[in-house]
Design a protein around this ligand. Structure first.
Ligand code: SF4
Length: 477
């Protein structure tokens, strides 16, 4: 779905949290490899980018606001030489945005630097902040990633082993995390016990090293062969001793974010053994069976609506049409809108092709409805281009609950489906008909190698308990 193009304007969709990438490859240009990996993962966060490199002695870092290719140029990369690196692209959730929240987060354990990059959100860091204060540890910012890094530091200082610090963090902090961490000499990658956010392991050709990435498209970008997903609760370490794996915490209920398949992940990524593109196409077929429409053409809202639109077309026999064109060069970071620009709204990102759709009855496939404003603008735009009917079909169920696991959603009172009946939604959006895929249909269409998914934003079934004070803030009373 099209989101707001402007900072300060609340995005009208579930926003990705972040991407992480790590590589251990002595003798290689690890900063450049990380830069390539981050570019492939840019869709998961466009506010800031950063790379930290371990050069055997210390950790060097460069990070800034902006897209990966705005933050890194030849000169910067030339100063980041080493054997091991981690990188991050950010979309701010917990702890706000701005330079201070850009990652990797760097901290010192005695006189050794570590840098940590985190995708996800820790659900409640308040008690841990108090615990750290009690341990005499000072926090300098507001991010949950700093709380994680400082917690790791406490036990590492005591035991001399970073893995022991990571285990303590895993025991004391709860929520969603896929984290990569670099020291001067080693790479660590670990994942929360529910496996909410994805993290994949790959190997560079000819034994040149190892890489980890939020999605397999990041591994593909550096020529690394996908080996396996990092297991929920697992800690992987790569150093001169090779790759070592151990359990950091007993895994809990498997709860991979099901929304990755609908929207967040790139279609060429493989999650839990499933190619995302294939899952999206099957979602469209399922939707066609569950919510048929009498129409002349099927359109997908780029990009994530296109594969399901093709699936819908296959299953319904209604021809597919590329009737909406997306401008791929609209970033969100530095555009300062005028009021006039805001009114242009969606047209800056999406534009219809009147010559294809005028006078036609359209089935329009989109990934989700959050607040509903963008769907309304989309329908207005299509009618303005001459569509005679617009039937909206959504490849996710109604978003009725907020996400606390690293995805930016409104509080429940802002979610259209939590506050309106279908008829009211249809009327407000201005479409001729509206239907969503069922939760059952969503699960059935995904052929992953496990069936443990988080679907809390549709069902309210949260795999990690949401503390009461967050419930009071986020839920309708
Ligand atoms: S609540 Fe929704 S968006 Fe958040 S992790 Fe669960 S499925 Fe994903």
């Amino acid at each position: 779905m099209a989101t707001s193009a402007f900072p300060g304007e609340k995005p009208d969709r579930l926003e990705e949290a972040c991407a992480v990438f790590g590589v251990y490859a002595p003798g290689e240009d690890v900063a450049r490899l990380t830069c390539f990996g981050l570019q492939a993962l840019q869709h998961r966060g466009q506010e800031s980018a950063g790379i930290a490199v371990g050069d055997g002695e210390t950790v060097l870092i460069h990070k800034d606001l902006g897209l990966v290719d705005q933050v890194f140029d030849e000169d910067v990369l030339a100063h980041l030489s080493g054997n091991v690196a981690v990188g991050h692209t950010r979309y701010s959730t917990a702890g706000g945005g701005g330079w201070a929240a850009a990652q990797p987060h760097i901290s010192a354990i005695d006189d050794e630097l570590i840098a940590l990059a985190h995708n996800g959100t820790l659900v409640d860091t308040k008690p841990q902040r108090a615990w750290l204060a009690n341990e005499g540890v000072q926090l300098y910012g507001y991010t949950d990633s700093e709380v994680a890094a400082r917690t790791i530091g406490v036990d590492t200082r005591r035991t001399g082993h970073i893995r022991s610090g990571i285990k303590l963090m895993m025991q004391q902090l709860h929520g969603a995390y896929a984290i990569v961490l670099v020291t001067p000499v080693a790479l660590y990658a670990f994942r929360d016990p529910n496996g909410i956010r994805p993290l994949s392991l790959g190997q560079l050709p000819n034994d040149r090293g190892w890489a980890v990435a939020s999605e397999t498209c990041g591994l593909d970008a550096v020529g690394a062969a996908f080996v396996r997903d990092i297991e929920p609760g697992e800690i992987v370490k790569v150093s001169v001793a090779g790759l070592e794996s151990e359990r950091g915490i007993v895994s809990g209920r498997r709860a991979s974010c099901i929304f990755e398949y609908v929207y967040f992940a790139r279609p060429d990524s493989v999650l839990d053994g499933e190619v995302v593109y294939n899952a999206r196409r099957r979602l469209g077929r399922t939707l066609a069976r569950e919510a048929p429409a009498d129409a002349d053409l099927v359109l997908g809202v780029p990009d994530s609506g296109v594969p399901p639109a093709l699936g819908y077309s296959e299953a319904s026999g209604i021809p597919y049409c590329d009737g909406i064109v997306k401008n791929r060069y609209v970033g969100r970071t530095f555009i300062q809108p005028t009021q006039e620009m805001r009114q242009m709204g969606i047209r800056i990102k999406l534009n219809p092709l009147p010559s294809l759709i005028a006078g036609k009855r359209l089935v329009v496939i989109d990934d989700s409805i959050v607040r509903g404003n963008t769907s309304k603008k989309l329908v207005e735009m299509l009618r303005g281009a001459g569509a005679s009917e617009v039937h909206l079909r959504i490849v996710s169920p109604e978003v009725t609950w907020p996400c606390f696991y690293g995805i930016d959603t409104d509080t429940q009172d802002q979610l259209m489906a939590a506050n309106c009946t279908h008829d009211e939604m249809c009327e407000r959006i201005g479409c001729d008909s509206l239907a969503f895929i069922s939760l059952h249909g969503l699960h059935r269409a995904i052929h992953a190698n496990h069936d443990g998914f988080c679907d809390a934003c549709f069902s309210g079934d949260y795999p990690v308990v949401i503390p009461e004070h967050l419930q009071r803030k986020g839920f309708l009373q």
